[in-house]
Design a protein around this ligand. Structure first.
Ligand SMILES: Cc1ncc(COP(=O)(O)O)c(C=O)c1O
Length: 391
């Protein structure tokens, strides 16, 4: 849809002007209040106005807003120490977004394979219905045909297999494959969790064949599923993990982490970015990790997720086909005759923000600090809408 704004028409905007946030709620320019079940697509993990986060970023901005990467900055180092500790990984590269983190992960996996096996072992396998970003390589990695248009030529060396179909994976394996990349819960694709035995089988094959296993935790990482990383729900350990969104809590950040095996692959000059490791952003991310990545908070997120799920499952509407997800990442699959955008618009009118995903899914990603009372109020609104829509 075209608009007359000087911004490129890449987004269709919803009809409210949000001007302020507080806790898990947002306010528009007319003073209307909205419960936020979106977190700005999984970004505002600490909600709005967290005083510790705010103090950290404003203090840092006041003393050192940026230095180039020819100097080591303390906050980047502290964040790297914390990230490697909580993930039990060896090294981290700090960047600015999810796509950039995935792009870097692809480069790292390919360089590892190039050095060990030569230039022809470079293929990355990803899942159908996946989403990995908007750069040319991560768009190509995204296993949805609708994204593979206009921008030709796309980079070579990607192929796709069906989620939860191990036979399809085996069929796509060849001597050219150097890495497999997947989300433990596909977010944009429709909140599709992977099955345990599927993930275990892929893990085993990758280990056996020295194929690099990359988990894209951009949407489902940093506590979103009630674990620090979504892959922990499967008891496996990838070789590379990518994170972004919720780690920044509202400031742009991305990171990819690797295990010991890949820790010597990158050398000076192999990769870089101007803003990655920015002191302000890193100081905010440190607060996020302190507040989210501890046993009590993760347990609380898991419990709130189960509560949200149980309230949704109590809604008796034939429009609901499935409710799935983990922690505070939940998808409500709607009957194919109903447009999830209609539910999104009606929610907005009633004071609730929700997201859509895939073809017919209403996606819920509330701030990780949301209260039970706010969860109840939000679900009441969804219930009312679904029941009215059916009648
Ligand atoms: C799983 C996943 N990977 C990568 C990305 C891209 O992240 P960004 O928009 O920060 O580049 C997204 C964004 O929605 C995502 O959900």
């Amino acid at each position: 849809m075209e608009n007359n704004l000087p911004l490129m028409s890449t987004y269709s905007y919803l009809p409210v002007n949000l001007v302020k946030g507080e806790g898990s709620c947002l306010f528009d320019d007319k003073g209307n209040k909205y419960i936020d079940f979106t977190s700005g697509i999984g970004v505002n993990s600490l909600g709005y106005g967290d005083s510790d986060w705010l103090k950290a970023i404003t203090d840092t901005a006041g003393s050192l807003q940026h230095i180039s990467n020819i100097f080591l900055n303390e906050n980047a180092l502290k964040l790297a120490e914390k990230l490697t500790k909580i993930s039990e990984m060896s090294k981290v590269f700090l960047c600015n977004s999810g796509a950039e983190a995935n792009e870097g992960a692809i480069k790292l996996a390919r360089k590892y394979s190039f050095e060990k096996y030569g230039p022809n072992r470079n293929k990355i396998l990803t899942l159908k219905q996946s989403f990995h970003g908007r750069t040319l390589a991560t768009l190509t990695a995204t296993g949805q045909d609708k994204f593979h248009n206009y921008y030709f030529p796309f980079p070579e060396g990607f192929d796709y297999f069906e989620a939860n179909n191990i036979d399809d994976f085996i069929n796509k394996l060849s001597n050219e494959v150097c890495a497999v990349m997947m989300e433990s819960i596909q977010g944009e694709g429709g909140v599709n969790p992977l099955k345990n035995d599927f993930v275990s089988s892929i893990y085993e094959v990758c280990r056996e064949k020295d194929i690099i296993l990359i988990f894209d935790e951009v949407q489902c990482g940093i506590g979103r599923t009630g674990k620090i990383f979504g892959y922990e729900n499967y008891n496996i350990k990838p070789d590379i993990v990518t994170v972004a969104k919720g780690l920044g809590a509202g400031l742009p950040i991305g990171a990819f982490l690797c295990n010991e095996k890949l820790s010597k692959t990158f050398n000076p000059g192999d990769h870089g970015t101007t803003f990655g490791g920015n002191p302000v952003v890193c100081s905010g991310a440190l607060v996020v990790l302190d507040k989210i990545c501890n046993k009590d908070k993760l347990k609380e997120i898991e419990e709130k997720g189960l509560y949200l799920m149980s309230l949704l499952k109590d809604i008796n509407s034939p429009l609901i086909k499935d409710i799935r997800g983990k922690g505070l990442m939940i998808g409500i699959e709607i009957d194919g005759t109903t447009n999830p955008s209609d539910i999104q618009n009606k929610s907005l009118e009633k004071g609730l923000l929700v997201l859509t995903a895939g073809k017919n899914v209403v996606r819920l990603l509330p701030p990780l600090i949301i209260s039970k009372e706010e969860i109840e109020k939000g679900v009441e609104i969804i219930k009312e809408i679904l029941i009215t829509m059916h009648n």
